[in-house]
Ligand binder design. Structure first.
Ligand code: CP
Length: 309
């Protein structure tokens, strides 16, 4: 039987994936999760494939997770961090990547502060490109690992109600999650201050709510997002204290609900702002399971894309 393939040779966003692509990634990740639980966690699937992790923005989870996934698949890995590179001397994105590719690199995992940067690259270079977060646009592997974690915790994603709560305006995680959850048949609500809500968000087919208690009461899963102060050039709310008062999620608030809900967060957490430690570290939270699943999901994406030339 021929190997099943993705419908795309790059992973630029969830928008470009079909539901069948997402299910194939999940089924492949199930197999790799089993590999990751073995005493020897390495398989030879990407031997002779060279992958460059090209990061123009800071990262802890995504960068480490991709690097680990690549090494578990036996790929050769090179890392590039813009802060210590010749970008500081004025080299352009396309020159930087072409120089990396001249060293015979097969795949590029890229995080960039500009929305659309990986799409631009995919039109100019031959390697497979994986978007590891492009500005405020998309973060596809985060949405895949989030939906995979919901499937693992609740059995399936279809029919589930997911509230995405926080700084929706600046969040690439929100947009990728909306696309991914809807493709899998979940209902999605976004909740946050009106100043941090994109104007036409309802046109994506999501419910919009300003009252965090109502959002929590509605959902099966709350995916809580970070306030992205580094992307905010103006003040969107008076103070972090006031944000925490109206939109912060704590145990007292969850105790008022008439049911248990699952709490997620893509990280990094601003503890005491969008999420209190009494929730982040509780049994309701699957935040570290999300991180664990990130490795299997990224192994699946790398493995499947390597098969599409
Ligand atoms: N969730 C996420 O993208 O985290 P990092 O910015 O640490 O990679």
């Amino acid at each position: 039987m021929p190997m099943q393939q993705l419908s795309t040779r790059h992973l630029l966003g969830i928008k470009g994936l079909t539901e069948a692509d997402i299910q194939l990634i999940f089924e492949t990740a199930d197999n790799f999760k089993e590999v990751l639980n073995r005493p020897i966690k390495k398989v030879p699937s990407l031997r002779d494939i060279t992958i460059a992790n090209v990061f123009f923005e800071n990262s802890t989870r995504t960068k480490l997770s991709f690097e680990l996934a690549e090494k578990r698949l036996s790929a050769d890995v090179v890392n590039f961090a813009s802060g210590s590179s010749s970008v500081k001397k004025g080299e352009t994105l396309i020159d930087t990547v072409n120089n990396i590719l001249a060293m015979k690199v097969d795949m590029v995992v890229m995080r960039h502060f500009s929305p659309g940067a990986p799409h631009f690259l995919s039109r100019h270079i031959r390697a497979n490109i994986i978007n590891a977060g492009d500005g405020t646009h998309e973060h596809p592997t985060q949405a895949l690992l989030d939906a995979f974690s919901i499937r693992e915790k609740l059995g399936e994603v279809a029919g589930k109600k997911v509230a995405i709560i926080g700084d929706i305006l600046h969040s690439r995680v929100a947009l990728s999650n909306i696309f991914c959850l809807q493709k899998l048949g979940a209902e999605v609500m976004v909740c946050g201050p009106v100043t941090l809500m994109p104007k036409h968000i309802a046109e994506l087919g999501v419910k919009v709510e300003q009252d965090v208690f109502k959002a929590l009461q509605w959902c099966d899963v709350a995916n809580v997002l970070r306030i992205q102060l580094e992307r905010q050039q103006i003040k969107y709310f008076p103070s972090l204290r006031e944000y925490a008062l109206y939109f912060g999620i704590n145990k007292k608030l969850l105790n008022r609900l008439d049911k248990e809900i699952v709490i997620m967060h893509p990280g990094p957490i601003n503890r005491g702002v969008e999420l209190n430690s009494d929730v982040a570290d509780s049994d309701n939270a699957i935040i570290l399971q999300q991180v664990e699943n990130g490795v299997a999901i990224r192994m699946a994406v790398l493995y499947l894309l390597a098969g599409v030339k």
